[in-house]
Ligand binder design. Structure first.
Ligand SMILES: [Zn+2]
Length: 584
């Protein structure tokens, strides 16, 4: 009998706590880290990590795999980027509780808010649950490459309680609010890691309605927060436009002070937010100085729309010539798009904004011709592009109109060209503002939205981006140390959700690990795959350099290829390390 199940030898260990790296071995037994340092003994398998970096598995707390996790074991694309734990059910959307007659409605909500194809959800999900605890039981039946934890989503809870009364502006009675709070309490007691809500005009169902809860009063939110307090654990997560009149930080502060639990919100530079990011952070800090525990979720790059002819969004969608071919199969569309006469006709037309909702018309105008904010995505694309890489600049250099340059760009590679439009977090044309935020302990790495925005965004690769750009390649400003970056993506994210059993390489912690060829680490170009149920599309992005990813001691990915192992399960509630030595 070998002493251990697995030994990783001679790696450069970055242990997730922020401590300096050191060279050593990591031995694994029964799914846990057994020894770190110089390991004697043998193992069923050894991985030679000389010259490679060994880190804890990444913990991604902001994903939307709520549907996918019920049918998919691989959990791409997050699992391709070193992630071994995902928390889903964010932003108030999810699939439980679900009255039987509400299935399609919940799907349309998810499709609208998170751009996950409704046909894929309808075909992929079995709906063998009604209550939130039954949904957890259903999740538990399917093993996966990663552990999943979830929030109770406000949208589903509200629709469940209010039924047909649920519509924008609906005012729940005190009895309704008490029922919602009970459902949340039951869900959290059954193992949810928190509760989530959405308060942004950008989040709409495919029918154009804002998410239930968008117009909830502070009273409703505080009552639900108290339900988490009664259950004794849980994180309150929110995506909000942070309108001044809503005074969100006051009730967030109240909830966290009353319950002693963390409240976390998406902190972005957003055209939909009234409060500039600096003011969001300053207001949060004023509440925290007053005993609150509010944590800002930050994205590590411009939150972008990736546009392609076959994507959900591209700049020419509102031109009559595109509208005429919008429903045709791709091969027919492609033939037309590559026809010079069709191109000339389309470029002679103006976009028709008459059907666009007033709340988002400014955004749509940027999509349809804001060439100074749009960038060409090539093989070596830099996610912190300079102004001279914009379509406006490149078109001018080429002596073309922005329209024509963008059209030709989308037609590249047989119609598979991409345009990047960072609508959030890129107002200043650089990421300098994220330097200080990534060094603050009241912010957390987040907003990858893994599993969501299938036809528009692919930020599930955030952990890879963090290492490649913020630690290794950034030239336009400061960088992060490898130790600090890994801590933020491992121990810090895990601790926010009470997951004290992971995110650190020390004896007693879960053997969730990455072996990374750091010098070779590189994001690939995104591509559109049509591999969801019913042929649903999604943007995917791979990376080179992940030599091995290990979950509960089993190798799940080797050089980016799934081994077929599925040791991940459902996380129920906060977790403590089994026999962890003080890793601080
Ligand atoms: Zn989200």
């Amino acid at each position: 009998m070998p002493t251990f199940d697995l030994i990783i030898r001679n790696g450069t260990i970055v242990d997730g706590t922020g401590h300096s790296r050191f060279t050593g071995d990591v031995a694994v037994k029964d799914g846990l880290i057994a020894q770190v340092g110089e390991v004697r003994g043998d193992a069923a398998e050894e991985i030679d990590a000389a010259g490679l970096v060994v880190t804890p598995g990444f913990v991604d707390i902001h994903t939307h795999y709520d549907g996918q996790a019920t049918w998919d074991q691989e959990m791409a694309p997050s699992s391709w980027h070193g992630v071994t734990t995902v928390v889903m059910g964010n932003c108030g959307v999810g699939f439980a509780p679900a009255a039987p007659e509400r299935h399609d409605w919940l799907i349309r909500l998810m499709e609208g808010v998170e751009d996950i194809p409704g046909t894929a959800l309808a075909e992929g999900m079995t709906w063998d649950w009604e209550t939130f605890p039954e949904y957890l039981d259903a999740l538990e039946k399917l093993p996966r490459t990663v552990d999943v934890g979830t929030h109770v989503p406000h949208g589903a809870v509200r629709a469940y309680v209010l039924g047909d009364r649920e519509r924008p502006g609906a005012v729940p009675t005190a009895d309704d609010i008490a029922k919602m709070a009970d459902i949340v309490e039951d869900g959290v007691r059954a193992g949810a890691l928190g509760f989530s809500t959405s308060r942004t005009v950008l989040h709409r169902s495919v029918d154009g309605e804002v998410v239930p809860g968008t117009t909830a009063t502070a009273e409703e939110l505080v009552e639900i927060g108290r339900a988490l307090g009664r259950a004794g654990h849980g994180v309150f997560e929110m995506a909000s436009d942070l309108m001044r009149e809503w005074n969100e930080f006051a009730w967030m502060g109240q909830v966290s002070r009353e319950t002693g639990l963390p409240v976390t919100f998406a902190a972005l530079q957003s055209i939909a937010k009234e409060l500039p990011l600096e003011e969001q952070i300053a207001t949060m800090r004023a509440e925290n100085d007053n005993g609150a525990n509010i944590v800002a979720q930050i994205a590590l790059r411009g939150n972008g729309i990736v546009m392609a002819w076959q994507g959900t969004v591209h700049p020419f969608r509102l031109r009559p010539s595109w509208q005429a071919i919008a429903e045709l199969p791709w091969e027919h569309q492609k033939a037309r798009l590559l026809d010079p006469a069709f191109k000339a006709q389309l470029l002679s037309e103006a976009s028709d904004f008459s059907e666009v909702n007033q709340d988002i018309v400014g955004l749509i105008m940027v999509v349809c011709g804001g060439w100074t904010m749009q960038y060409e995505m090539d093989e070596d694309f830099d996610y912190e592009p300079q102004a001279d890489a914009s379509i406006a600049a490149r078109a001018e250099a080429a002596g073309m109109s922005g329209d024509e340059y963008a059209y030709d760009l989308l037609c590249r590679d047989g119609g598979k060209g991409f345009i990047y439009l960072p609508i959030l977090n890129y107002a200043e044309g650089n990421l300098d503002f994220l330097e200080a935020l990534q060094n603050a302990d009241d912010t957390v790495n987040s907003l990858s939205d893994g599993g969501a925005h299938c036809g528009t965004i692919c930020d599930a690769a955030s952990p890879t981006f963090m290492l490649q750009h913020w630690v290794r390649d950034r030239k336009r400003g400061g960088k992060l140390s490898l130790e600090h970056a890994i801590k933020r993506q491992c121990q810090d994210t895990a601790r926010l959700y009470g997951l004290e059993d992971r995110g650190v390489i020390a004896p007693g912690y879960l053997a969730d690990l990455n072996v990374i060829d750091f010098d070779r680490l590189k994001l690939g170009k995104p591509w559109l795959a049509f591999d969801l149920p019913a042929g649903g599309k999604r943007l995917l992005q791979k990376a080179e350099g992940y030599v091995a990813t290990i979950k509960n001691g089993e190798v799940t990915f080797r050089d980016g290829v799934w081994t077929g192992a599925a040791p991940g399960g459902l996380i129920r509630g906060p977790q403590r390390a089994e026999m962890a030595e003080a890793a601080e």
